[in-house]
Design a protein around this ligand. Structure first.
Ligand code: GDP
Ligand code: IMO
Ligand code: MG
Length: 420
């Protein structure tokens, strides 16, 4: 069973990129299964910081194949820009493959995303503005254009003309001439990367190669199981890896959920443990909590264990990776949400929409910096207690603890998935 799945266990930005980068050293294939350039995955190697949007984070470690899977939605111009910037940074992108089944995000999707947000006014979702929702709408409506369509440009341009008409009727002010010439140019740049990734993946699985499935966004942004309608438009939970890449559950060995030692959220929607006070501000400053994609300040709050337990259940997490423990250094006391006042925490996700207020348990903090720790024993005892408390509450081993953004700032605990 050579697949390890990595998913966000909160509202996104948990540090999936850095965990994937770390796991990539013993994987052959890293494959993104959903979403698009709404994601921003950060990988820090020494002085260099890479911000990946749709290209799998394994590209930095140099795995054999990086797959952008059938479940994704991809803007040609944005992917080309990302590949160019990686190339300019000395990263080999010749083994980045875009599934022929992935859907294209075109300028009218971006226009429609913006106009939908405008029309929602105060109820806007706070999307990243990348056209994600409208592109998935086209997929479900069976009016999408796929990367594989770029191989037959005359037909593809006919489809583009037809879709443009519909999009214009829906209010998108787009220029077909400009889109036609752009897409023709983009097709030339992208076609060398477009292929049938499903058979590539199965060839690799049959050869016993280790595959990492890279999740984007987070569990509570899942279109089915998240805090709907304040979600993204894709399946972000582990089950989405099978449909988003084209393999069956029997291939999966480990499911790693990545969670911060606290919580953040970008965009609108329920967030019971949010702190609109100095403590929230301190978390934002210490954790540098500003969106990779939009630069928006992230909303910050304490860890919500009821929500994390839900993530454990619906993803079938076998392991947790806790990131940003160092951000909690110096708090005299740390609060952890262990349920909701007067509410049944099992009524997810509706309980969040009903304005749930967390019940907190106070744990002691620690004053020593954790960022230099490389082994479990080097962490202050209160920090170890904190991790163990989360572990016991979620009934899931926390196999990785990160104490800084750098590749080396990670503590691997006994029982962590062995990939090699
Ligand atoms: P992703 O979308 O889940 O990959 O996460 P993002 O890259 O959007 O956000 C995570 C941010 O936290 C990035 O800036 C990382 O460099 C940073 N980061 C990751 N792990 C740690 C950690 O353990 N400590 C600190 N201080 N920063 C971290
Ligand atoms: P990574 O992979 C955090 C949020 C947006 C918005 C909602 C819908 O970096 O963790 P969309 O543009 O997808 O239609 O926006 O989803 N969102 C994310 N929040 N991290 C992400 O990705 C996100 N991708 C989408 O802020 O609330
Ligand atoms: Mg991110």
């Amino acid at each position: 069973m050579p697949v390890t799945l990595v998913v966000g266990a909160q509202w996104g930005d948990e540090g999936k990129g850095r965990i994937i980068d770390w796991l990539s050293s013993s994987a052959s294939v890293v494959a993104r299964f959903g979403g698009g350039a709404n994601a921003g995955h950060t990988v820090r190697v020494g002085e260099r910081t890479y911000k990946l949007r749709i290209v799998p984070s394994g590209v930095i470690a140099g795995v054999e194949h990086c797959i952008i899977g059938p479940g994704t939605v991809v803007s040609p111009s944005s992917l080309i820009a990302e590949l160019e910037s990686l190339r300019a940074g000395g990263v080999d992108v010749s083994h980045v493959w875009l599934s022929d089944l992935a859907h294209l995000i075109l300028p009218y999707h971006i226009e429609l995303d913006a106009s939908s947000e405008r029309s929602l006014g105060g109820a806007a979702l706070g999307t990243t503005g990348n056209g994600i929702g409208p592109a998935y709408v086209d997929r479900a409506a069976r009016t999408g254009i796929r990367a594989g369509d770029l191989a037959d440009m005359p037909r593809c341009l006919e489809m583009l003309a037809a879709r443009t008409q519909t999009a214009r009727a829906a209010g998108a002010a787009v220029d077909l001439k400009v889109m036609t010439s752009d897409l023709t140019r983009h097709a030339q740049a992208l076609l060398p990367h477009v292929r049938d990734t499903v058979s590539l993946l199965h060839d690799q699985l049959e050869a016993g190669k280790r595959v990492l499935a890279e999740g984007a966004q987070g569990t509570l942004l899942d279109v089915n199981l998240g805090t709907y309608p304040f979600v993204t438009s894709s399946v972000t939970v582990s089950g989405g890896a099978c449909t988003g890449l084209g393999f069956g559950p029997k291939e999966v060995e480990h499911v790693v959920g990545v969670a911060k030692a606290y919580c953040t959220r970008v965009g609108a929607g329920p967030f019971p443990s949010e702190l609109n006070d100095d403590t929230g501000e301190a978390l934002r400053e210490r954790g540098l909590e500003f969106g990779v994609v939009t630069g928006r300040p992230r909303r910050c709050g304490w860890l919500d264990l009821a929500a994390l337990r839900y993530a454990v259940q619906i993803n079938g997490l076998t392991h947790l990776a806790m990131t940003k423990l160092d951000v909690l250094d110096g708090f005299a006391e740390i609060s952890v949400g262990v349920g909701y006042e007067g509410q049944d925490a099992s009524a997810f996700p509706f309980v969040l929409a009903r304005g749930a207020k967390p019940r907190y348990k106070q744990l002691r903090g620690w004053s020593q910096p954790t960022s230099g720790a490389r082994a479990w024993e080097q962490l202050p005892s209160a920090a170890r207690d904190y991790v163990e408390f989360v572990e016991s509450h979620t009934r899931t081993p926390i196999s990785y603890v990160s104490v800084g953004p750098e590749r080396s700032q990670i503590i691997v605990r006994p029982g962590a998935p062995q990939l090699s």
